[in-house]
Design a protein around this ligand. Structure first.
Ligand code: ZN
Ligand code: ZN
Length: 338
């Protein structure tokens, strides 16, 4: 099969022939039709995050495609199913984390020593075929095409999980910091749920687009958010904790800031004069909350309330695509077609 292989840290992504996997017990083999490129794929291939100990190294955790073979013991999936696979594919089921918090969630990624993660310590989705545990797949709604489904499997899942974690109440106002892969979906999720939604972006040419996505208002930074009345919820979807620190200026008393993106180098800073204590504010982390929540996000996309904006590329252009993602040139999710 063809796969985008990364031979070493910082090596180019090369599409070449590798062995086609076979599904093990409990696994399904997916013929990948669309594979979304997550910003974290780039950080992994650049060695910012631990480089996969795989042979060959195939990254990617947003594969959408069709089941073409099922492994021994699989009863929940069948050949022909349209499915998506996710980042956390399995856990040890035995450690302290798994005892307290069982299930396939992003929380297991950093808490369970036996976690199995697609494209990190298990073969990833940037390939013609990927074998994953059947339990980590979701059935895709019929109305959702593969190229739209792929970005929902991490970016959409994360953005929806961030909104769910913030748990906004009626009449509360939601701000989305960063209008990129996650943020452009977070704005749409918030509007789909009827919340007054503010986009916060320093990029002037994204202002009009943010309004088209459903933002009621667009501001440039935390001070401007505060001047516009502030927000009860701030979803941090970009990769800058410095920008998150700045945005705290616009968080209302009793407000919740949710960190959903990963900053590989920055720090969220709460200085001695920032009265988070008297304002009763909370800082929360959020990642994939579980496959039931992913199902909600997929339903919203299938129903048309949320539309991922994707740029689709033939897999042969994988290395060029990675560079474009790295330079934040993709609006808003690159999808590789195999
Ligand atoms: Zn991701
Ligand atoms: Zn465990």
């Amino acid at each position: 099969m063809r796969a985008a292989v990364v031979d070493a840290v910082n090596a180019p992504w090369r599409v070449r022939e590798v062995d086609t996997p076979r599904p093990g017990p409990g696994e399904v083999l997916i013929r990948v039709h669309a594979s979304g490129v997550c910003h974290n794929d780039v950080l992994v291939s650049r060695g910012v995050f631990p480089f996969p100990q795989l042979d060959p190294v195939v990254i990617g955790h947003e594969p959408a495609g069709e089941v073409v073979e099922v492994g021994a013991g699989v009863t929940t999936r069948q050949v022909g199913d349209r499915v998506g696979a996710t980042w956390v594919q399995g856990t040890c089921g035995r450690c302290e984390h798994c005892r307290r918090d069982p299930g396939l969630t992003g929380r297991a990624a950093t808490s369970c020593p036996g976690v199995r993660m697609t494209g990190l310590n298990a073969p990833g989705g940037h390939a013609e075929y990927v074998a994953v545990s059947a339990a980590s797949t979701v059935l895709l709604p019929e109305a959702l095409g593969y190229e739209a489904a792929a970005p929902m499997l991490c970016a959409g899942y994360t953005a929806w999980s961030a909104l769910r974690t913030a748990n906004p109440r009626p009449h509360e106002r939601v701000a989305v910091l960063g209008i990129g892969g996650l943020g452009h979906l977070a704005v749409q999720f918030s509007r789909a749920c009827g919340f007054d939604t503010v986009a916060v972006t320093r990029t002037p040419d994204k202002h009009e687009l943010a309004r088209k996505l459903g933002a009621d208002e667009v501001v440039g930074d935390g001070a401007a958010l505060r001047a516009a009345g502030g927000a009860d919820v701030i979803l941090v979807t970009g990769t800058s904790y410095a920008a998150a620190t700045d945005a705290l200026a616009g968080l209302r008393p009793r407000g919740r800031m949710v960190l959903a993106g990963i900053d590989p180098g920055g720090t969220l800073a709460i200085g001695p004069t920032f009265p988070i204590w008297s304002r009763g504010q909370q800082i929360l982390g959020a990642t994939h909350l579980g496959l039931d929540r992913l199902g909600e996000a997929l339903d919203l996309a299938a129903g048309g309330a949320v539309t991922p904006m994707v740029e689709t590329f033939d897999a042969d252009r994988a290395d060029e695509v990675v560079r474009r993602v790295e330079r934040n040139e993709v609006r808003f999710r690159a999808v590789l077609r195999f």
